[in-house]
Design a protein around this ligand. Structure first.
Ligand SMILES: Cc1cc2nc3c(=O)[nH]c(=O)nc-3n(C[C@H](O)[C@H](O)[C@H](O)COP(=O)(O)OP(=O)(O)OC[C@H]3O[C@@H](n4cnc5c(N)ncnc54)[C@H](O)[C@@H]3O)c2cc1C
Length: 416
């Protein structure tokens, strides 16, 4: 069923009884050409592009929970392509271009809102670093504007410009950055993939990977064995566990990242703002709540909830940037499990097992990457060759020392 103004009108006139479920959830078949583990954004986008762009539709997506139960439904919804390094920049810009046409492409309202992303700077050295980043972006054809203090003040007068420790000196703006309704992305891709013949199978946990020689033959699941011509792992925070089922050890640690939403406010913040003197980012949802977050919890964990030390850290950074936040009431907070790689950049690659493919290591950047990740992973699975824009995200970069360390933090997953 195609969604349109006409279908809305006709269904409205007939008491809204004509709507169909957005995707099918059939019982699993004994075997598929491609089995994707993980029904988050990346697994569903991969299935969608496999069917749509590469004509591979005998595909199953196995998800242990419900669709959207992982990070795709827990993130702070920010999209941007303001990257410095050559490995990252073209990839995230491809993603941005896909976001720009996504809703028309999969015929679903994902509330893509290009309201801008503004990174504040607080010192001359930081301004120089952002100038360099902005120049690198422009050289790659990405939009970037350096704003001085007065230009920032004109847009966002409520910021604490004269904070004694962290005075705001300006910001780097990417006007095309913004936010997207996160769970709608999972639903849109699921619907598009299902309509093209992909089986979406929720509540089906993969508990083991069966191998014969150097090949995978299928997966043990809570709903029985499912054979696979090719097996693709897209399990985000659980990547080490699922790869471990195939005997692989990944250069990845799992950490909790928390996020927060406030009570609904009248329109206050019409862009995304990030604090340059700490890790804090905030936007306002269409319901009025301020959605914000900060750093990961520094310890390894698979618990989808955080602790109070980070709550304090995030609140301090938020109030240092916008003093009025001190009077805000918080509605909810939650956590998601992040797969933090050694250099802070992702992995889209084959593995030492012939027909096992890996999509992992998304760290803080995985939501904005969803469309490009799905497209590039689908390309790799269908063609056996990396997609042009994801060539840098190979596993062997860790052995070759060709790291893509955007933050310059070294082999410290908790610091990326
Ligand atoms: C609080 C928070 C805020 C964030 N904010 C942003 C942001 O603003 N912008 C941004 O770009 N990124 C952000 N991220 C990161 C981003 O959300 C993730 O990198 C990205 O969503 C990961 O890819 P995914 O959507 O496929 O993951 P998920 O949605 O986590 O999908 C992986 C799925 O695999 C399933 N799975 C795991 N093990 C198994 C198994 N054995 N069998 C079957 N299924 C299994 C899980 O249940 C899960 O649904 C944030 C993350 C968090 C936690």
């Amino acid at each position: 069923m195609r969604y349109s103004a006409l279908s809305l009108l006709l269904n409205g006139l007939s008491g809204n009884r004509g709507w169909k479920p957005a995707w099918r959830t059939p019982a699993p078949k004994p075997r598929y050409d491609v089995v994707i583990v993980g029904g988050g954004g990346h697994g569903l986008a991969t299935a969608y592009y496999l069917a749509k762009e590469y004509g591979v539709a005998n595909v199953a997506v196995l998800e242990k929970g419900w669709l959207g139960s992982g990070n795709i439904g827990r993130n702070t919804t920010i999209i941007r392509s303001n990257y410095l390094l050559a490995g990252n920049n073209p990839f995230y810009e491809l993603s941005m271009k896909l976001w720009e046409g996504l809703e028309r492409d999969f015929n679903f309202n994902a509330m893509v809102s290009q309201r801008g992303v503004l990174n504040l700077f607080h010192s001359d050295a930081q301004r120089d670093a952002y100038t360099r980043r902005g120049n690198a972006m422009r050289l790659h054809g990405v939009d970037a504007e350096l704003l001085d203090r007065e230009a920032v003040r004109e847009r966002l007068p409520f910021l604490d410009f004269d904070n004694a420790r962290f005075p705001i000196k300006g910001g780097l703006l990417q006007p095309r950055g913004g936010t997207v309704r996160h769970d709608a992305v999972a639903w849109g891709y699921a619907r598009g993939a299902s309509a093209r013949g992909v089986d979406i199978i929720p509540h089906c946990e993969v508990t083991g990977i069966r191998r014969e020689g150097g090949r995978v033959t299928g997966v043990e699941t809570t709903r029985g064995f499912i054979g696979a011509g090719k097996l693709a792992l897209a399990t985000a925070g659980n990547s080490s566990q699922t790869a471990g089922m195939a005997g692989l050890t990944l250069p990845i640690e799992s950490h909790v990242l928390q996020a927060f939403v406030s009570e609904g406010l009248k329109p206050m913040i019409d862009t995304v703002i990030t604090f340059g003197a700490g890790h804090f980012y905030v936007s306002q949802s269409d319901k009025g709540g301020l959605v914000f977050g900060g750093d990961i919890d520094g310890y390894n964990s698979y618990a989808q909830r955080g602790n109070l030390a980070l709550v304090e850290h995030v609140a301090e950074a938020g109030v240092a940037m916008i003093p009025a936040l001190s009077r805000l009431r918080i509605l909810r907070s939650w956590g998601g499990i992040m797969d933090m790689s050694m250099d802070g950049s992702p992995i889209i690659d084959r593995t030492p097992l012939d027909n096992l493919y890996l999509n992992a290591g998304w760290c803080y950047g995985g939501f904005k990457a969803t469309p490009a990740s799905g497209l590039c992973f689908a390309h790799l699975i269908a063609r056996g060759e990396p997609h042009e824009t994801a060539r840098a995200f190979r596993l062997d970069r860790f052995a070759r020392g060709a790291l893509i360390d955007e933050k310059g933090a070294g082999a410290q997953p908790n610091l990326h």
